[in-house]
Design a protein around this ligand. Sequence first.
Ligand code: HEC
Ligand code: HEC
Length: 220
Amino acid sequence: MQLLKTTALAALIGLAAAASATASDEEQLKAGKRVYMTKTCLACHGRGGAAPVLSYPMLAGQNADYIVDQMEAIRDGDRLGSVDPDTGHPFVQGMVDIMHLVTDEDIENVAVWLSEQPAAAPKPLDPEPDPELLKAGEKAFKQLGCRSCHGPDGSKPTNPKYPFISGMNPAYAIRAMTEIRDKVRTSGQAKLMWGTIKKADDDEIEAIATWLATIDRSGK
Ligand code: HEC
Ligand code: HEC
């Protein structure tokens, strides 16, 4: 009898814990969405993080840990990246300027919310890329060993701290790879990529970025 009571009690406690975990997950998602909608993220990264403007990164479905790392690096000035020749300021400057609006808790919440958003299908490239360029990109991606960290087509990172890199704006992917190769972007875990990306020349980077941009990560 005693045992039965204890078991029943344990089951009840278990149920209560499960229910409160779900409630707090939902609270966190709601809070994250609120951050995204009210703290200007939407203006640059688009609806649900899936429709970025200009050459800005896609965030929908990105790994939450990776998002947290990058937001902290951007806030702290550790990831300033390269300068946009059109404005004379780093591409990321507009985001740096709003990061004082965001608390550590906001960062956690918005990262979880973004990681749960569905990725969009890639935008058709204009002009349509040369099939030879796409083939060269796929080949270089495989030969250089990018798949060991980013997955066979860039859609399945092998560690929750690594980013997905498919279906991105090619101009963004070119910038990111070049900045990491040339040690302009040294924050976070960028150094993990140095051994690999140093073997890629500008043409290979362009080919890889173009190929990755055609890969549909929606529904994966
Ligand atoms: C004024 C435009 C702007 C605003 C506002 C903005 N961002 Fe960004 N964000 C950028 C740009 C541009 C980059 C990429 C910078 C680069 O090229 O290095 C970026 C990068 C990021 C990254 C890194 C993505 C990656 O793949 O490495 C994350 C995460 C991010 N932003 C989240 C947010 C969130 C969340 C907000 C709202 C709190 C926000 N951003 C507000 C422009 C903006
Ligand atoms: C050893 C693991 C590893 C290998 C191999 C690797 N990467 Fe990465 N890559 C990473 C990590 C980790 C990051 C995030 C760096 C950071 O924290 O800023 C990254 C970032 C990137 C980004 C920028 C993503 C963003 O949203 O800003 C691109 C693009 C990329 N890698 C492409 C490649 C390509 C192409 C190759 C092959 C030439 C490659 N990577 C090889 C681990 C790796």
